[in-house]
Design a protein around this ligand. Structure first.
Ligand code: ZN
Length: 285
Protein backbone atom coordinates (compact mmCIF):
# COMPACT_ATOMS: atom_id res chain seq x y z
CA UNK A 1 0.00 0.00 0.00
CA UNK A 2 1.46 3.42 -0.92
CA UNK A 3 1.68 5.88 1.99
CA UNK A 4 -1.23 8.30 2.35
CA UNK A 5 -0.75 11.90 1.23
CA UNK A 6 -2.17 15.38 1.49
CA UNK A 7 -3.18 17.30 -1.62
CA UNK A 8 -2.29 20.99 -1.84
CA UNK A 9 -4.02 23.14 -4.47
CA UNK A 10 -2.96 26.71 -5.19
CA UNK A 11 -5.38 28.50 -7.54
CA UNK A 12 -3.51 31.59 -8.70
CA UNK A 13 -4.46 34.39 -11.08
CA UNK A 14 -2.30 32.90 -13.85
CA UNK A 15 -1.12 29.46 -12.69
CA UNK A 16 -2.67 26.65 -10.71
CA UNK A 17 -0.49 24.15 -8.88
CA UNK A 18 -1.70 20.78 -7.59
CA UNK A 19 0.68 18.71 -5.48
CA UNK A 20 0.67 15.56 -3.40
CA UNK A 21 2.80 15.98 -0.29
CA UNK A 22 3.66 14.11 2.85
CA UNK A 23 3.06 15.57 6.32
CA UNK A 24 6.81 16.30 6.39
CA UNK A 25 6.46 18.66 3.41
CA UNK A 26 8.06 16.14 1.10
CA UNK A 27 6.87 16.75 -2.44
CA UNK A 28 5.57 13.51 -3.95
CA UNK A 29 4.04 14.77 -7.21
CA UNK A 30 3.41 18.21 -8.62
CA UNK A 31 1.56 19.58 -11.67
CA UNK A 32 1.35 23.18 -12.87
CA UNK A 33 -1.16 24.47 -15.42
CA UNK A 34 -2.42 27.82 -16.67
CA UNK A 35 -5.48 28.57 -14.55
CA UNK A 36 -8.49 27.91 -16.84
CA UNK A 37 -10.54 31.01 -17.57
CA UNK A 38 -13.86 29.44 -16.64
CA UNK A 39 -14.61 27.70 -13.35
CA UNK A 40 -16.22 24.72 -15.13
CA UNK A 41 -12.96 23.98 -16.95
CA UNK A 42 -11.00 24.85 -13.83
CA UNK A 43 -12.81 22.43 -11.52
CA UNK A 44 -12.60 19.54 -13.96
CA UNK A 45 -8.88 20.20 -14.67
CA UNK A 46 -8.14 20.37 -10.93
CA UNK A 47 -10.05 17.15 -10.22
CA UNK A 48 -8.11 15.35 -12.96
CA UNK A 49 -4.79 16.62 -11.55
CA UNK A 50 -5.73 15.56 -8.02
CA UNK A 51 -6.22 11.97 -9.23
CA UNK A 52 -2.96 12.19 -11.15
CA UNK A 53 -0.79 13.43 -8.27
CA UNK A 54 -2.41 11.18 -5.67
CA UNK A 55 -1.61 8.25 -7.98
CA UNK A 56 -3.61 5.73 -5.96
CA UNK A 57 -2.48 6.98 -2.53
CA UNK A 58 -5.18 7.55 0.08
CA UNK A 59 -5.81 11.32 0.46
CA UNK A 60 -5.88 12.40 4.11
CA UNK A 61 -7.03 15.95 3.43
CA UNK A 62 -7.03 18.64 0.77
CA UNK A 63 -6.24 22.32 1.04
CA UNK A 64 -7.13 25.03 -1.46
CA UNK A 65 -5.47 28.43 -1.40
CA UNK A 66 -7.04 31.12 -3.61
CA UNK A 67 -7.33 34.87 -3.92
CA UNK A 68 -10.15 36.58 -2.03
CA UNK A 69 -12.90 37.21 -1.56
CA UNK A 70 -14.09 33.77 -0.51
CA UNK A 71 -16.28 32.19 2.13
CA UNK A 72 -13.98 29.87 4.03
CA UNK A 73 -16.73 27.87 5.79
CA UNK A 74 -18.54 26.86 2.61
CA UNK A 75 -15.43 27.02 0.41
CA UNK A 76 -17.17 29.15 -2.22
CA UNK A 77 -14.65 31.36 -3.98
CA UNK A 78 -14.90 34.52 -6.14
CA UNK A 79 -11.24 35.50 -6.58
CA UNK A 80 -10.77 39.06 -7.88
CA UNK A 81 -7.84 37.90 -10.00
CA UNK A 82 -10.10 35.47 -11.96
CA UNK A 83 -13.00 37.58 -13.27
CA UNK A 84 -15.10 34.62 -14.52
CA UNK A 85 -14.80 32.64 -11.27
CA UNK A 86 -17.79 33.87 -9.29
CA UNK A 87 -19.39 31.88 -6.45
CA UNK A 88 -17.48 28.72 -7.35
CA UNK A 89 -18.16 25.87 -4.87
CA UNK A 90 -14.62 24.44 -4.83
CA UNK A 91 -14.96 22.70 -1.47
CA UNK A 92 -18.27 20.95 -2.27
CA UNK A 93 -17.08 19.92 -5.74
CA UNK A 94 -13.86 18.30 -4.44
CA UNK A 95 -15.46 16.75 -1.36
CA UNK A 96 -18.20 15.17 -3.50
CA UNK A 97 -15.70 13.87 -5.99
CA UNK A 98 -13.06 12.50 -3.60
CA UNK A 99 -14.89 11.93 -0.30
CA UNK A 100 -12.11 13.73 1.60
CA UNK A 101 -12.31 16.85 3.80
CA UNK A 102 -11.28 20.03 1.96
CA UNK A 103 -10.21 23.27 3.65
CA UNK A 104 -10.34 26.47 1.58
CA UNK A 105 -8.87 29.84 2.51
CA UNK A 106 -7.48 33.13 1.26
CA UNK A 107 -3.88 32.71 0.06
CA UNK A 108 -2.46 35.07 2.69
CA UNK A 109 -4.24 33.22 5.53
CA UNK A 110 -2.89 29.95 4.13
CA UNK A 111 0.63 31.39 4.01
CA UNK A 112 0.32 32.65 7.59
CA UNK A 113 -0.81 29.21 8.73
CA UNK A 114 2.13 27.59 6.93
CA UNK A 115 4.60 30.04 8.47
CA UNK A 116 3.20 29.13 11.89
CA UNK A 117 3.02 25.39 11.37
CA UNK A 118 6.30 24.83 9.55
CA UNK A 119 8.57 27.64 10.80
CA UNK A 120 7.34 29.06 14.13
CA UNK A 121 5.04 26.53 15.84
CA UNK A 122 5.71 28.08 19.27
CA UNK A 123 4.55 31.55 18.26
CA UNK A 124 1.13 32.48 19.72
CA UNK A 125 0.76 35.83 17.88
CA UNK A 126 2.11 35.59 14.36
CA UNK A 127 1.46 38.16 11.66
CA UNK A 128 2.38 37.20 8.11
CA UNK A 129 2.61 40.04 5.59
CA UNK A 130 3.26 39.58 1.89
CA UNK A 131 4.60 42.36 -0.31
CA UNK A 132 4.32 41.22 -3.91
CA UNK A 133 2.06 42.44 -6.75
CA UNK A 134 -0.27 43.50 -3.93
CA UNK A 135 0.03 43.65 -0.14
CA UNK A 136 -1.88 41.32 2.17
CA UNK A 137 -1.55 39.41 5.37
CA UNK A 138 -2.88 36.88 7.83
CA UNK A 139 -2.78 36.79 11.62
CA UNK A 140 -2.43 33.53 13.56
CA UNK A 141 -3.75 33.70 17.07
CA UNK A 142 -3.04 30.69 19.34
CA UNK A 143 -2.68 28.44 16.30
CA UNK A 144 -5.86 29.57 14.53
CA UNK A 145 -6.51 32.04 11.75
CA UNK A 146 -7.89 35.31 13.10
CA UNK A 147 -11.22 36.14 11.41
CA UNK A 148 -13.01 39.43 10.98
CA UNK A 149 -16.74 39.98 11.42
CA UNK A 150 -19.08 38.02 9.09
CA UNK A 151 -16.18 35.71 8.24
CA UNK A 152 -14.32 38.59 6.60
CA UNK A 153 -10.59 38.83 6.09
CA UNK A 154 -8.72 41.82 7.55
CA UNK A 155 -7.01 43.71 4.73
CA UNK A 156 -3.71 45.01 6.09
CA UNK A 157 -2.72 46.32 2.65
CA UNK A 158 -5.54 48.86 2.75
CA UNK A 159 -4.49 50.88 5.79
CA UNK A 160 -3.45 54.48 5.14
CA UNK A 161 0.14 55.37 6.05
CA UNK A 162 2.15 58.60 6.25
CA UNK A 163 4.25 57.89 3.17
CA UNK A 164 7.34 59.42 1.65
CA UNK A 165 6.84 59.41 -2.10
CA UNK A 166 8.56 61.32 -4.89
CA UNK A 167 6.89 64.64 -5.74
CA UNK A 168 4.76 64.35 -2.59
CA UNK A 169 1.01 64.30 -2.98
CA UNK A 170 -1.21 61.35 -2.30
CA UNK A 171 -1.81 58.08 -4.07
CA UNK A 172 -5.25 56.62 -4.63
CA UNK A 173 -5.61 52.88 -4.26
CA UNK A 174 -7.51 50.60 -6.65
CA UNK A 175 -9.89 49.91 -3.72
CA UNK A 176 -11.02 53.54 -3.89
CA UNK A 177 -9.36 54.83 -0.69
CA UNK A 178 -6.46 57.27 -0.50
CA UNK A 179 -2.97 56.47 0.76
CA UNK A 180 -3.28 52.66 1.14
CA UNK A 181 -0.05 50.79 1.93
CA UNK A 182 -0.67 48.55 -1.09
CA UNK A 183 -0.87 51.60 -3.37
CA UNK A 184 2.62 52.65 -2.18
CA UNK A 185 4.84 49.60 -1.58
CA UNK A 186 3.40 46.76 -3.70
CA UNK A 187 5.22 45.68 -6.87
CA UNK A 188 2.48 47.27 -8.99
CA UNK A 189 2.67 50.51 -6.97
CA UNK A 190 6.47 50.67 -7.21
CA UNK A 191 6.20 50.47 -10.97
CA UNK A 192 3.58 53.23 -11.03
CA UNK A 193 5.36 55.57 -8.59
CA UNK A 194 9.00 55.07 -9.63
CA UNK A 195 8.47 54.11 -13.28
CA UNK A 196 10.57 50.95 -12.94
CA UNK A 197 10.08 47.43 -11.63
CA UNK A 198 11.29 46.72 -8.09
CA UNK A 199 14.47 45.02 -9.31
CA UNK A 200 15.53 48.30 -11.02
CA UNK A 201 15.07 50.56 -7.96
CA UNK A 202 18.07 52.58 -6.79
CA UNK A 203 19.31 52.15 -3.23
CA UNK A 204 17.72 55.46 -2.23
CA UNK A 205 14.38 54.36 -3.73
CA UNK A 206 14.55 51.01 -1.93
CA UNK A 207 15.18 52.92 1.31
CA UNK A 208 12.08 55.01 0.66
CA UNK A 209 9.95 51.89 0.03
CA UNK A 210 11.40 50.32 3.20
CA UNK A 211 10.48 53.45 5.16
CA UNK A 212 6.90 53.28 3.86
CA UNK A 213 6.58 49.57 4.59
CA UNK A 214 7.95 50.25 8.08
CA UNK A 215 5.12 52.73 8.68
CA UNK A 216 2.61 50.04 7.75
CA UNK A 217 4.29 47.44 9.95
CA UNK A 218 4.34 49.91 12.82
CA UNK A 219 0.56 50.35 12.50
CA UNK A 220 0.06 46.59 12.42
CA UNK A 221 2.36 46.10 15.41
CA UNK A 222 0.56 48.68 17.51
CA UNK A 223 -2.89 47.23 16.71
CA UNK A 224 -2.27 43.44 16.69
CA UNK A 225 0.73 43.46 19.10
CA UNK A 226 2.19 40.34 17.45
CA UNK A 227 5.33 38.66 18.79
CA UNK A 228 6.53 37.94 15.25
CA UNK A 229 6.02 39.59 11.87
CA UNK A 230 7.12 37.33 8.99
CA UNK A 231 7.50 39.09 5.65
CA UNK A 232 7.07 37.26 2.37
CA UNK A 233 6.49 38.05 -1.30
CA UNK A 234 8.67 38.95 -4.26
CA UNK A 235 9.30 42.59 -3.25
CA UNK A 236 10.48 41.49 0.21
CA UNK A 237 12.76 38.84 -1.22
CA UNK A 238 14.07 41.22 -3.91
CA UNK A 239 14.73 43.99 -1.38
CA UNK A 240 16.92 41.71 0.71
CA UNK A 241 18.52 42.44 4.05
CA UNK A 242 18.89 46.21 3.67
CA UNK A 243 15.17 46.54 2.86
CA UNK A 244 14.22 44.47 5.92
CA UNK A 245 16.56 46.51 8.13
CA UNK A 246 15.12 49.78 6.80
CA UNK A 247 11.54 48.72 7.56
CA UNK A 248 12.51 47.34 10.94
CA UNK A 249 14.30 50.61 11.87
CA UNK A 250 11.05 52.55 11.38
CA UNK A 251 9.12 50.16 13.61
CA UNK A 252 11.86 50.31 16.23
CA UNK A 253 11.84 54.11 16.15
CA UNK A 254 8.09 54.69 16.02
CA UNK A 255 6.57 51.87 18.06
CA UNK A 256 6.12 53.28 21.53
CA UNK A 257 3.56 51.56 23.70
CA UNK A 258 3.57 47.88 22.76
CA UNK A 259 6.59 45.52 22.78
CA UNK A 260 8.71 45.45 19.63
CA UNK A 261 7.95 42.25 17.65
CA UNK A 262 10.58 40.15 15.97
CA UNK A 263 10.57 41.04 12.26
CA UNK A 264 12.04 38.59 9.78
CA UNK A 265 11.76 37.28 6.24
CA UNK A 266 9.39 34.32 5.85
CA UNK A 267 11.11 30.96 6.09
CA UNK A 268 9.04 29.63 3.18
CA UNK A 269 10.58 31.63 0.31
CA UNK A 270 8.61 31.60 -2.94
CA UNK A 271 6.67 28.45 -1.99
CA UNK A 272 4.30 30.06 0.51
CA UNK A 273 1.19 29.40 -1.59
CA UNK A 274 1.88 25.71 -1.93
CA UNK A 275 2.97 25.23 1.68
CA UNK A 276 -0.08 27.27 2.65
CA UNK A 277 -2.35 24.87 0.80
CA UNK A 278 -0.55 21.96 2.50
CA UNK A 279 -1.09 23.54 5.93
CA UNK A 280 -4.80 23.85 5.07
CA UNK A 281 -4.88 20.21 3.91
CA UNK A 282 -3.33 19.07 7.19
CA UNK A 283 -5.91 21.10 9.07
CA UNK A 284 -8.72 19.53 7.00
CA UNK A 285 -7.55 15.94 7.36
ZN1 ZN B 1 -6.76 50.25 -0.78
Amino acid sequence: MPTPCYVAIDIGGTKTIVAAMSAERELLERRRIDTPLTPQEGLSAIAALVSEVAAGRAIRGMGVSAGGPLEYRTGVISPLNLPKWRNVPVKAALEDRFGTAVSVDVDTNAAALAEFRFASPECTRLLYVTVSTGVGGGFILDGSIYRGGQGSHPEVGHQAIPARIPRGGSVRCACGAAGCLEAIVSGAAIQKIYGVTADKLSTAQWDEVAYNLGQGLRNMAVIYAPSLIALGGGVTIGGGQRFLEGARAVVQEELKIVPLPEIKVSALGYDTALFGALALAMQAG
